[in-house]
Write a protein that binds this ligand. Structure first.
Ligand SMILES: C[S@@+](CC[C@H](N)C(=O)[O-])C[C@H]1O[C@@H](n2cnc3c(N)ncnc32)[C@H](O)[C@@H]1O
Length: 257
């Protein structure tokens, strides 16, 4: 197995101060334009999808600074958050251990506002004793991440260097009947994924293939789409006057018994 990348990669945008601050605000800060907190909304949809199942172990892949992992731990016996960014995992771990973390919310230019993320007002204090975070590559998962009841991959798919490999390897991690939830705005970019690895946008025998169809081709017959996909909007604040407003599609897949 390829060793897990443990060092801070200066070319990885998710290791930069700017994105740490952006994701701290995205996960623990204010809501904008009336759009609900995305990690919380996704975790709620994961909980709905697993309502009739045992909720022992959940895995949150590409967890960033950890909000959805904490949210899942409200209902699961344990929740593990994994991310390739050592810096993001450092923030998530700091929150787990100290229940709060300060960050700088950008206003304009070099001007920032000091903010504090706190678990307690979010009702996540108690859940924090059931989470674990680690640096890991979702395309090369260690064997210990197995026997899972839920895998959630939020806005991860189109940031992977090999999303097909990720999807092909994920089935064996879940218990039979376990649930895979994938949420993504399908923003394929060569900066993250070589074009030949994109799951969509290429011509198939019946026209252009969507990402949902690309996923279905890889995931079936081991998985079945458990319910119609839903849209989940999200807003990432860059500065006081610049925001990214995207609409992810969230699909729920059940592993065959
Ligand atoms: C667009 S962010 C989404 C983060 C979080 N799930 C959310 O919705 O806010 C993509 C995340 O995937 C992580 N990532 C990228 N490639 C990865 C890989 N191969 N394995 C694990 N995490 C990865 C990045 O470090 C980043 O935290």
């Amino acid at each position: 197995m390829t060793p897990v990348v443990m060092s801070l990669d200066p070319k990885n945008p998710y290791e930069t101060e700017a994105l740490v601050n952006q994701y701290m605000e995205f996960h623990y800060g204010d809501s904008y334009f009336g759009v609900e907190n995305y990690p919380r909304r996704c975790a709620d949809l994961c909980l709905q999808a697993t309502a009739a199942l045992p909720r022992r172990k959940a895995l949150d892949l590409g967890c960033a600074v950890g909000r959805s992992t904490f949210e899942l731990a409200r209902f699961f016996d344990s929740a593990i958050g994994l991310d390739l960014s050592a810096r993001f995992i450092g923030c998530a771990n700091h929150l787990r251990l100290h229940r709060s973390l300060d960050y700088a919310k950008p206003i304009e230019g070099a001007r920032t506002e000091q903010k504090r993320a706190e678990l307690s007002p979010l009702g996540l204090d108690e859940a924090s004793s059931r989470v674990d975070f680690a640096v890991a590559d979702a395309c090369e998962l260690d064997r210990r991440y197995t026997d899972l009841d839920l895998i959630f991959a939020g806005n991860l798919l189109d940031r992977l260097y090999d999303p097909g490999r990720f999807l092909r390897s994920i089935q064996e991690r879940l218990r039979p009947g376990g649930i895979l939830v994938i949420s993504s705005p399908y923003t394929w970019l060569e900066a993250f994924t070589p074009r030949e690895k994109w799951l969509a946008g290429y011509a198939g025998s019946t026209g252009y293939v969507s990402t949902l169809e690309g996923m279905r081709r890889i995931l079936t017959p081991g998985f079945q789409l458990a319910q119609p996909p839903v849209d989940v909007p999200f807003v990432i604040r860059e500065t006081a006057r610049k925001f990214q407003h995207s609409i992810a599609e969230l699909s729920v897949w059940r592993r065959a018994q």
